[in-house]
Structure formats: C-alpha cells, structure tokens
Ligand binder design. Structure first.
Ligand SMILES: [Zn+2]
Ligand SMILES: [Zn+2]
Length: 152
C-alpha cells in the first residue's frame, strides 16, 4: 500500500445517497477501491475512482438489485450470464455488482439515474468493462466474449 496516494482521493470519501444521507466509507473499502483501480494506469484514473465511488451508493444499488432480482432471481450477469448462486451455491446468493453505464462526465449531483442506467454484472465482466477508459459497453463485452469463444 506504499504507493497509495490518499490525498488524491480524499475528496471522494464523503459519499451521499439519494436522500442526502452521508454513507460512511470504511478505510478497508477505500483501500480496496484503490487497490482495484491501481491495476490500470491511464489518464482517466481519477475519473475511474470517482466512478467506483459513485457505484458505492449503497441504497440505490440495493434498490436496483432488488429490481433485478424480480427479473432474474439467479442474478445472472447481463454480459456473460454467470450466476454466483448457480456456481457457488448459497454463498453466491444475492451477489452481483452494479455498473453505471452513464459516462462519468454526466454524473453530477443533479443527474437523475434510473435503474436502466445500472447494469448488473459479475466481477469479471465488471473488471473488463473498466479495463478501458471510457468503459466498454455491455454490448461490446458480449461481442468480445462471443468472438473469443468462437476463435478458441
Ligand atoms: Zn459476467
Ligand atoms: Zn462500473
């Protein structure tokens, strides 16, 4: 963790939910965010961190997940179809990650986000989506999976 620059992310630590309630971000969570995003180095790194922090809007994500559970109780990844519950059983139940599809530049405090803007993806696809800035779209990831499956 020596390379972590806490100053550069300090301004992202106060996260508010839809109702203006401050969601406290624990140190371990901040640390894991930094570790995660430090896997890639590029110009938009700061924006990427902000994107992840916005995805940590726990109450909204919880509601989106609830919505998605009604559509698909197994919570299959919208890109690759992976279901944590199917593969890992009980410990994988209710596990899925939410990804904001709106470009980060549009994500100001005033921007209305609805559940259509959030895609439910497995951790692998989520990482692949964020392996480039701007992010890959779900459709692009789907296409990449298809191409790779055909050629291997
Ligand atoms: Zn996936
Ligand atoms: Zn994301």
């Amino acid at each position: 963790m020596e390379n972590v620059d806490f100053l550069s992310v300090e301004s992202y630590l106060d996260i508010y939910d839809q109702n203006g309630v401050l969601l406290k971000i624990r140190n371990e969570e901040v640390a894991s965010t930094l570790e995660y995003s430090s896997l890639t180095t590029f110009e938009g790194e700061k924006k990427l961190k902000l994107h992840y922090e916005k995805e940590r809007d726990a109450s909204f994500m919880r509601k989106c997940k609830e919505q998605y559970t009604k559509k698909d109780p197994l919570l299959a990844c919208e890109a690759c179809g992976f279901s944590f519950q199917k593969v890992y059983g009980d410990i994988g139940k209710n596990f899925i990650e939410g990804h904001h599809t709106k470009p980060i530049g549009e994500l100001t405090v005033e921007t209305e986000i609805n559940d259509e803007d959030i895609k439910m993806v497995c951790s692998n696809c989520h990482s692949m989506i964020h392996s480039r800035y701007p992010c890959f779209t779900i459709e692009e990831i789907k296409e990449l999976i298809n191409i790779t499956e055909i050629s291997t």
